[in-house]
Design a protein around this ligand. Structure first.
Ligand code: ADP
Length: 510
């Protein structure tokens, strides 16, 4: 136990009591007493905890002013607080950087209390210290972590804002009208293209129910059914064509794509609508169709006359004509027929486009039709072995000529697009209430990507364009004919391995 070097009588009396001393020494806080009445306020008592905290021994401490604990670290603001408290004889609590005997820093949580005599003169100060280095470090770490988290939040928020601004600039730039609706079809945002195209203002649009926009001009029954009935079943609306007469901007044909956000989160159930104005494109298409129809008509008339004259010439060939003359005439006749077929195909397409194609439906024997049509083609291409397997005994109610045209087209394609092979298989069988006709070749095949497009008008696979003549309308006509007979036409194919074109037709029930 430490024997205090005590000058003051009052303290001496108190501390001489063993029990008190023991109590002070058992405290975990460092405790010192300074004598304010001696020059430079020296320490006259320190407990064991103070020795432990600072690393100095009792003898090294007694007689010093407390400032020795600050070592060279003299510019801390906390010093001024101590000075003021000592000068004014007041209590103070503060945190200060102090240094142990071995020079290591410790944070000291210091409470200084004045001791006054009956006249109110400050005779002593009691200093209570706690080493709060760990707490400080912890606080520091927490502060740093908080600062780093806050920094990250600021960065992330900025990133989100940037992304949002970027996305919104994309949305504003696209040349398609875009709308975002909430689950109740209320417009949350509309891009500039929408506002400009439909001649509406932001105020007229945002916050309004889509179907009530601009005097109910968007109250389009077909669109309403799609958005309210189809979309909620998680089916996106893809390329739905809507035609509508708008009060201010007139008739518009639009392609609508709509998608409902299904992923969980703040955007769930929002509806995104993209509207493409295809009015002009449709008009251009219509003009092209008109041109096709007129041109093919105009070409067909003189060609029919030419064909007539050729037939006349063929009948009038003089007996002594040269072989060359006869074969030339024959070739002219073949090429006129080819030209005639091409023009007929063009005419057919324009008729399909305008919905003017006529179907003359009569019952016919599909097996006979398949055999007759394919055998005719086989005669013209003896180098190909065309196998025919058709024994369905089914009767079809349809336009025999048109179905024959489909088979001719598919078999001709099978031959045309399989150079270097010599085999085509035609197979017809019953599938439920339908007959299924399949034409298989072992030729070049069609890429997956092209398979989705070959039934479109004027589509031709890119790599064959130059090698094989054609206009890309045969399959389109076939597709439309089969659809008009309530059947389907599709292809299964693999590049390099060949293709199978299949179509179905409903069997006529007796
Ligand atoms: P065309 O033969 O005049 O080009 P079609 O409409 O009959 O027009 O065919 C469209 C395209 O489909 C062809 O250009 C060709 O690329 C592809 N195609 C059709 N049939 C076959 C086939 N059996 N094998 C490979 N490609 C085919």
């Amino acid at each position: 136990m430490l024997e205090p070097n005590i000058n003051s009588q009052t303290i001496n009396n108190n501390l001489s009591n063993n029990i008190y001393l023991q109590a002070l020494n058992s405290a975990r806080s460092g405790i010192i007493i300074t004598d304010n009445q001696q020059p430079d306020n020296p320490i006259i008592y320190c407990n064991t905890a103070f020795e432990n905290i600072t690393g100095y021994s009792h003898n090294e401490i007694i007689g010093h002013n407390c400032r020795f604990l600050q070592s060279q670290d003299r510019s801390q603001p906390a010093r001024q607080i101590i000075k003021d408290a000592v000068k004014n004889g007041e209590e103070c609590v503060l945190e200060i950087r102090n240094y142990k005997k071995n020079g290591s820093l410790f944070w000291n949580e210091l409470t200084i209390s004045p001791v006054k005599d009956i006249d109110g003169t400050v005779t002593h100060f009691i200093g209570v210290q706690n080493d709060i280095t760990d707490r400080k470090r912890h606080e520091n770490e927490m502060r740093e972590e908080k600062a780093s988290v806050e920094k990250k939040i600021v960065e992330r928020t900025k990133e989100l804002h940037d992304n949002e601004a970027f996305l919104s600039s994309i949305i504003q730039t696209v040349r398609e009208s875009l709308l975002v609706l909430d689950a109740d079809y209320k417009v949350l945002s509309a891009n500039t293209h929408f506002l400009n195209s439909f001649k509406v203002t932001t105020e007229d649009t945002i916050g309004k129910i889509l179907f009530e926009l601009g005097n109910h001009q968007w109250d389009i029954e077909a669109l309403k059914v799609l958005l309210t009935k189809i979309l909620p079943t998680n089916n996106p609306v893809i390329d739905f064509e809507v035609e509508h007469d708008f009060p201010y901007i007139g008739k518009k044909i639009m392609l609508v794509n709509a998608y409902r956000v299904e992923f969980e989160g703040q955007y769930k159930d929002r509806i995104l609508i993209a509207i493409e104005d295809i009015t002009d494109k449709k008009e251009v298409d219509r003009r092209k169709d008109d041109f096709l129809s007129i041109a093919s008509h105009e070409l067909k008339t003189p060609l029919t006359t030419i064909k007539g004259f050729i037939q006349l010439l063929e009948r009038m060939v003089p007996k002594d004509s040269s072989e060359k003359f006869v074969s030339t005439l024959g070739k002219v006749s073949i090429y006129v027929d080819r030209l005639n077929n091409l023009i007929s195909e063009l005419l057919d397409t324009s008729k399909i486009q305008s919905g003017n194609i006529e179907i003359h439906k009569d019952p016919f024997d599909i097996d006979k039709l398949v055999h007759d049509t394919v055998e005719n083609l086989a005669l013209a291409t003896p180098e190909y072995k065309i196998s025919i397997n058709s024994d369905t005994k089914a009767i079809i109610l349809g336009d025999e000529l048109q179905i024959s045209q489909v088979i001719t087209n598919l078999v001709s394609n099978a031959i045309k697009y399989s150079p270097g092979t010599d085999k085509v298989d035609v197979y017809c069988n019953r599938v439920g209430n339908f007959v299924k006709v399949s034409i298989t070749d072992y030729g070049m095949g069609i890429s997956q990507q092209d398979q989705t497009k070959i039934f479109e008008r004027f589509f031709r696979a890119r790599d064959i364009q130059k090698k094989f003549p054609g206009m890309g309308i045969g399959l389109y006509i076939c597709h439309e004919i089969i659809a008009n007979h309530n059947g389907t036409l599709w292809v299964e194919s693999e590049i390099g391995a060949g293709s199978t074109f299949n179509f179905t037709l409903p069997i006529m029930q007796s």
